[in-house]
Design a protein around this ligand. Structure first.
Ligand code: 2P0
Length: 322
């Protein structure tokens, strides 16, 4: 009862922020993401009757703070398999953990796949997506490669809240440059930030109400491979999500000065004719998405921004890579 899985991270272009159910982790809005080929989590799960409870080693350290969601996810699989044994989970990310680089997306997706394999459960990608969602909303998207749409769904049990593929990675091989501006873990997790936003931001209801329009625009842009349209709707969704968070009480500002400097560099590049836009998650790293063939030029510009510690370049990936 031991298996491993290696799964790519993803970043949303049309953002997920807020839940209708915290118990089942059902998102309040759908989202559209791209799966990143060079950023991955590798997770090994071993069920062992002699273990008193689940254990988690993440990047070489015991992480009790992350164990709750791991156990919740494992419980869903244990029930299906009729197994009660606890599990030893060892996971590793090849990029900074908990810094707004989607480590929970790849981590919880890899956990779901590895545990399903260890329990010899034959589950459809949709079922795996639903289970991964209950570990982390963004993890539901990492089951798939390329361009992915997550459906918020409308049933109270979350059975129609899953992700599915929109467009294969090689159909439109966009490139991504990540500017790392801080290495530590963020002080407010996405989970806490979304809850704070839903409870106290005056813009939260408008965020939810306008999400369908953004999803429609985003889906059309992806299916039509329309970079300009994707640029407009992705930057709008990102800035709107951050505006909702900034208006929470107490406020949530995930950016630092370097994040903002990078935004201006991206706008300057675009005004000079480079097809590139940015997105930023619940952390200070800027992700620049560019048309095929432009990542070197974009990386060179971001590398020179004072405060950028490191840049990472990646293409789109297939989701499950091992
Ligand atoms: C996203 N983020 O769509 C958004 C944009 C961050 C900002 O999904 O509470 O770690 O585990 O469901 O998946 C990060 O949130 O949150 C995220 P939970 P998760 O990528």
């Amino acid at each position: 009862m031991k298996a491993a899985a290696k799964v790519c991270a993803n970043i949303a272009l049309i953002k997920y922020w807020g839940k209708v159910s915290t118990a089942l982790n059902i998102p309040a809005v759908g989202s559209i993401s791209i799966t990143l080929g060079n950023l991955w989590s590798e997770t090994e799960v071993e069920f062992d009757e002699s273990l008193p409870s689940d254990t988690l080693i993440l990047d070489g350290q015991s992480r009790l703070d992350q164990l709750g969601r791991v156990t919740e996810c494992l419980d869903l699989l244990r029930v299906r398999a009729g197994v009660e044994a606890s599990a030893r989970v060892v996971s590793h990310n090849n990029f900074p953990t908990g810094a707004g680089l989607a480590s929970s997306a790849s981590g919880l997706a890899a956990l779901t796949i590895a545990a399903a394999r260890a329990l010899a459960l034959e589950l459809s990608p949709r079922s795996l997506s639903i289970i991964a969602r209950q570990g982390s909303g963004s993890a539901a998207r990492s089951i798939f490669g390329g361009f992915v749409e997550m459906h918020a769904g409308s049933t109270p049990d979350g059975s129609d809240s899953f992700a599915e593929s929109l467009l294969a990675a090689d159909t439109w091989p966009l490139e991504v440059v990540i500017a790392v501006t801080e290495r530590g873990e963020k002080s407010v997790s996405s989970r806490a930030g979304m809850e704070q936003s839903a409870l106290s931001s005056p813009y939260y209801s408008d965020w939810v109400a306008t999400s369908t329009v953004d999803l429609d625009r985003g889906r059309r842009a992806v299916l039509g491979r329309d970079f300009e349209q994707l640029t407009n709707v992705a930057e709008h969704s990102c800035l709107k999500m951050h505006a909702v968070a900034m208006a929470a009480q107490p406020p949530l500002v995930y950016w630092n000065a370097t994040t903002v400097a990078c935004m201006h560099v991206i706008w300057d590049l675009r005004h000079s004719g480079v097809p590139v836009f940015f997105t930023i998650d619940a952390g200070p790293q800027l992700k620049a998405v560019c048309a095929p063939g432009f990542s070197q030029e974009v990386e060179k510009a971001l590398r020179d921004v004072p405060g950028v510690l490191e840049t990472l370049i990646t293409g789109l990936g297939p989701g499950i890579i091992g």
